[in-house]
Design a protein around this ligand. Sequence first.
Ligand SMILES: Nc1nc2c(ncn2[C@@H]2O[C@H](COP(=O)(O)OP(=O)(O)O)[C@@H](O)[C@H]2O)c(=O)[nH]1
Ligand SMILES: Nc1ncnc2c1ncn2[C@@H]1O[C@H](COP(=O)(O)OP(=O)(O)O)[C@@H](O)[C@H]1O
Length: 353
Amino acid sequence: MGEAPMFYVENLKDRVSNGFNLRFKGFETSIDVGDKTFVIGSNNNDSISSIEVQIYDKSRGKWVIPTVLGTEPKRYEGHSAILLNEDRIMVITWGSTPDDCIWFLEVDTEYVKQQKKALGTEVIAWSKGVRGDAEKPVVISGPSGVGKGTLINMLMKEFPTMFGFSVSHTTRAPRSIEKNGVHYHFTERSIMEKDIKDGKFLEFASVHGNLYGTSIEAVEAVADSGKRCILDIDVQGAKSVRASSLDAVFIFISPPSMAKLEERLHLRGTETEEQIQKRLRNAKAEIEQGKSLGIFDHILCNDHLEKCYDNLKVTSLSNSLSECISSFTNLDFDLVSFVFIIETPRIRRNYAN
Ligand SMILES: Nc1nc2c(ncn2[C@@H]2O[C@H](COP(=O)(O)OP(=O)(O)O)[C@@H](O)[C@H]2O)c(=O)[nH]1
Ligand SMILES: Nc1ncnc2c1ncn2[C@@H]1O[C@H](COP(=O)(O)OP(=O)(O)O)[C@@H](O)[C@H]1O
């Protein structure tokens, strides 16, 4: 099994003549990205310590302490680090469990660039790597009443250890059978708007007069459990996710006819007549967009439920781990030990747009 090379910071210390004292007392590595050097180290004297990052800006000859986003590795005894794709550093921590030893430090990704702009500081973002066969998230969209929830429930029931549902936030009122934290996180509009402003949401949209959104935490909770994330989001949300760096499978569920859709909404009986009519009006635009925008990898007609479910299984289970692994093939060290590691899926809305 190969191990990632260790980079020592001693040379950097020698190079620095402005008298800045590196705060690290334990392990240190340094990695150059453009005109910046990222020094990753432990920040106290304990044998098991937490991680800290300082940046040396070579063009300005200055040290910077960045704003840290995401969950950082907590307790570890040392680490190795290697640059991937010129925009993120893979950190392998020592003395951690196999499930907790791979971390990604984003230093120059689109997300980090946006956050730098928004916050006006240097920014780094941590995310945890996932071991195992977690694969691409599955985004499922379609008009209200088409059967998305029914199909997702079937998938989760048949494959409980494989799929995990991304629990969205919404400002709409709960239906009688819906549980807070299970079907949705039901929330106040003002709170959700503030959380969106604070960058806690990967995507959000106004649907049928209410606000809906996927929080970063919801997706990372599924990824951290080693499961494949299923997102039930509208076409606008799917468009945002498609424009992000998240590599997902996009599936649109269409009804056999508008009459059947209306019948299903009436039979479900969870909305008033007025709400049903609003959903049907919106459905027309959604179906048109779903079929024409080129967002979706698969469009499945939910006429006969079992048949549609079989098609859903084929489309959502077919993408293989090898596609995910291919992104690591540009590494110049022994890949064998990393073939079952993929990055925590993060999806982020491009706030600049
Ligand atoms: N963009 C976005 N849409 C969501 C999210 N959660 C749910 N939706 C969509 O909001 C719409 C309304 O959902 P809901 O109120 O549960 O009604 P239903 O579709 O009739 O079951 C559906 O199209 C969902 O796919 C989310 O987090 N983001
Ligand atoms: N293929 C189907 N044939 C008939 N009824 C269906 C089919 N798929 C789903 N339904 C029913 O249609 C209603 C709406 O389904 P639901 O899963 O709540 O839709 P969505 O989540 O897309 O709003 C439910 O009462 C469900 O039992």
